[in-house]
Design a protein around this ligand. Structure first.
Ligand SMILES: Cc1cc2nc3c(=O)[nH]c(=O)nc-3n(C[C@H](O)[C@H](O)[C@H](O)COP(=O)(O)OP(=O)(O)OC[C@H]3O[C@@H](n4cnc5c(N)ncnc54)[C@H](O)[C@@H]3O)c2cc1C
Length: 343
């Protein structure tokens, strides 16, 4: 594997098309490439940032020291008993096609989710009532240890069971510990299907794509839902009462998902935020939790400003701190200083 230090522009490696320069860049096509990359990082006292499809990230600034590894490790093995061993750079859509060819099902819910298996495991991606955690049997990782100065020190390669991955709503141990794990592959446990039931499974997948197109701006530049939905369990205070009153006022039917969450897109919609713009970024008219780029040269400060202002708005109204679902990579303190506009 070659480490390139030619200042690679990551514009084509993230779905927002944000233009940021990574001084050091490499492409991993097999397991040993990741091992070499981590060895390089330990020797050079830098960290690694793995990029899958770049469909769930926002870079806040140029990457001057750390090594960005574009994941192109794409192998699928049917190892029997309904288990596919899939390397982390494989697109979810390719896994679905492969599973249908092998009369296996279980990923129909992932219809229309761009990106790789690695990224989907990190965020425990989910849709239409399904989530990665439902099909993960184990995950093979490089686990990196840090020294007392917070630098990379050493690494081991190990296989983690589903129960060790701490999967939660749009989160996992991998998301909670940035730079500590590199996901190499995963064993996915799928269901056997009879040949005569295959077209019914394919129909579900196609219907899900159709539903997604109807309800989400999937042909626009975005990174999916920017914020996590609001978990009602953690707001037991007076502010919860204020928020509940607001929900009643907007005629919200108490239809929480199994995780007891209120959809944030709906809240933004009812607050009249659809279509609001900060120069190169707009709140989608189709789904208000999607921030879409309306320019080929989307500006990081527009995107970050929109995120910051939406967070502030919800906090000021309800004293509720909303979390981003997308991963912000870079210096948030510096980004805050450049916040512009108002909502
Ligand atoms: C139009 C659209 C619709 C979407 N719909 C959904 C949806 O319905 N449900 C949903 O959950 N998400 C959705 N998303 C968000 C996104 O597609 C998913 O979260 C996807 O799984 C991210 O995968 P990725 O490969 O693009 O990850 P990336 O964006 O490349 O990475 C995300 C994070 O994971 C880390 N990472 C990636 N690969 C590895 C690895 N191998 N090892 C360690 N860390 C890694 C990255 O460093 C980063 O921190 C949508 C996005 C778009 C643009």
């Amino acid at each position: 594997m070659k480490i390139v230090s030619n200042s690679t522009n990551l514009k084509s490696f993230n779905t927002y098309g944000v233009s940021v320069i990574s001084k050091f860049f490499s492409v991993a096509k097999k397991e040993v490439d990741f091992v070499q990359a981590v060895t390089y990082c330990i020797s050079n006292k830098v960290k690694s940032i793995v990029l899958g499809g770049g469909s769930n990230v926002l870079f806040l600034n140029d990457i001057k020291k750390d090594l960005v590894i574009k994941n192109e490790y794409q192998v699928i093995d049917n190892i029997g008993f309904g288990i596919l061993r899939v390397s982390s750079g494989t697109a979810l859509s390719s896994i679905v096609s492969y599973s249908f060819e092998h009369l296996l099902s279980g990923l129909e819910w992932s219809a229309g989710i761009p990106g790789t298996l690695g990224g989907a495991i990190v965020s425990n991606a989910g849709s239409f009532g399904g989530e990665m955690k439902d099909i993960i049997q184990s995950v093979k990782v490089i686990e990196i240890s840090f020294n007392s100065k917070g630098e990379y020190d050493n690494f081991v390669i190990k296989r983690m069971k589903n129960s060790e991955c701490e999967f939660e709503y749009r989160s996992s141990i991998f998301k909670k510990n940035p730079n500590k794990y590199i996901i190499l592959d995963a064993d996915l446990k799928l269901d056997f299907i009879l040949k005569e039931n295959l077209s019914a499974k394919k129909d579900i997948y196609i219907k899900n794509i159709k539903k997604k197109k109807e309800t989400q701006p999937i042909s626009e530049r975005s990174a999916g839902c920017v914020f996590k939905n609001i978990n009602m369990d953690i707001y037991k205070s007076i502010f919860r009462r204020k928020f509940v009153r607001f929900l009643k006022d907007i005629g919200y039917e108490w239809d929480l998902d199994e995780d007891n969450r209120v959809p944030l897109g709906l809240i933004f919609d009812k607050l009249g935020l659809k279509g609001k713009k900060i120069d190169t970024i707009s709140i989608s008219e189709k789904h208000a939790n999607f921030l879409i780029s309306n320019s080929d040269n989307v500006k990081i400060e527009d995107l970050y400003s929109m995120i910051y202002l939406l967070k502030s708005k919800v906090y000021n109204m309800f004293r509720i701190k909303i979390d981003t679902e997308i991963v912000l990579i870079g210096d948030e303190k510096k980004a805050k200083k450049k916040v512009k506009g108002f909502l």
